[in-house]
Design a protein around this ligand. Structure first.
Ligand SMILES: NC(=O)c1ccc[n+]([C@@H]2O[C@H](COP(=O)([O-])OP(=O)(O)OC[C@H]3O[C@@H](n4cnc5c(N)ncnc54)[C@H](O)[C@@H]3O)[C@@H](O)[C@H]2O)c1
Length: 270
């Protein structure tokens, strides 16, 4: 059911690769809620993914940008404000990639060039995005930036390796930039820490199915789906949450507050 929560709002959605992507579901939800936006992804992902299909469904323009390139980001923000006819109200950073995870390097044998790439793509790009927007004065007052995080920023997960550091940095950037942007322009900056979700990025982590099932058993409400996440994002882009900033918001069915559940006890009782 639509509520017109984002009527008249303009923005940018990064990271829709295919129909499983959290950004894909978000684009559909934002559209349903009356928002208009441009879609963007890395040029390589454009060739592999299905973003044009989504663009058609949302009546949105696609502007390629590698989120690690300040030049690409500048071009993206300039074009987005042109195409949409004014300053922006929301930006979703739904980007993550670790070459070390992709190439299955264990945590005791990290390739440090790749480690830096993980940080650049998955965390620093969020800072670059906001710095670009600030320099171009591309945001309206009370605008909302969101990035997607994971609880591995706070707790260890064996196969999440260098992405855990990237997520910790991402959350820290949200706090620091949120302080700056709030004072400067009343722009809000938050991260959403999402349940394990069956997407290309999620399934790329070895053991994913096991920690998906574990989180399901450990969450009183069960795992939050990509659609649930899209709903939450729409609310965080709306004026209903205008005083929320500099937060890491747990969107995990209660996982982060749970010690153990009856379901898990039953499972482990021989
Ligand atoms: N899937 C999960 O279990 C889960 C859980 C918590 C948080 N997250 C986070 O959610 C976000 C979205 O991931 P997803 O699960 O929807 O997977 P996804 O694979 O659909 O999306 C990841 C996106 O990052 C994009 N990307 C990679 N490098 C880029 C670059 N240099 N420039 C621009 N874009 C680039 C990819 O093209 C892709 O569209 C990520 O930050 C991820 O870490 C995912």
């Amino acid at each position: 059911m639509a509520h017109n929560l984002l009527k008249g709002k303009r923005g940018i959605i990064f990271g829709a690769l295919d129909e499983n992507s959290i950004a894909w579901k978000t684009a559909l939800k934002v559209k349903e809620e009356g928002g208009s936006f441009v879609l963007t992804n890395a040029p390589i992902a454009m060739r592999m993914g299905k973003i044009n299909e989504l663009a058609k469904a949302c009546d949105a323009e696609v502007i390629p940008a590698d989120a690690t390139s300040e030049q690409d980001l500048e071009n993206l923000f300039k074009k987005a404000t042109e195409v949409l006819g004014g300053k922006l109200d929301f930006v979703l950073h739904s980007i993550g990639m670790s070459p070390n995870i992709r190439k299955e390097r264990p945590y005791g044998d990290m390739n440090y060039d790749w480690f830096l790439k993980t940080i650049d793509i998955s965390a620093l790009s969020f800072h670059k995005t906001m710095q670009t927007a600030e320099k171009l004065d591309a945001m309206n007052e009370w605008g909302s930036f969101l990035a997607l995080s994971y609880i591995a920023a706070q707790r260890s997960y064996p196969d999440y390796t260098d992405m855990a550091q990237a997520k910790a940095m991402l959350e820290s950037i949200a706090r620091s930039y949120g302080a700056r942007y709030g004072r400067l322009k009343k722009v809000r900056v938050n991260t959403i820490s999402q349940s394990p979700t069956k997407t290309t990025a999620g399934a790329g982590i070895s053991g994913f199915d096991v920690f998906f099932d574990y989180a399901q058993l450990m969450s009183p409400l069960g795992n939050a789906s990509a659609e649930d996440c899209a709903n939450y994002i729409a609310v965080m882009f709306s004026d209903l949450t205008r005083m929320v900033t500099m937060q890491n918001l747990m969107h995990d069915g209660g996982f982060s507050g749970t010690g153990i559940t009856e379901d898990l006890i039953e499972r482990l009782t021989k």
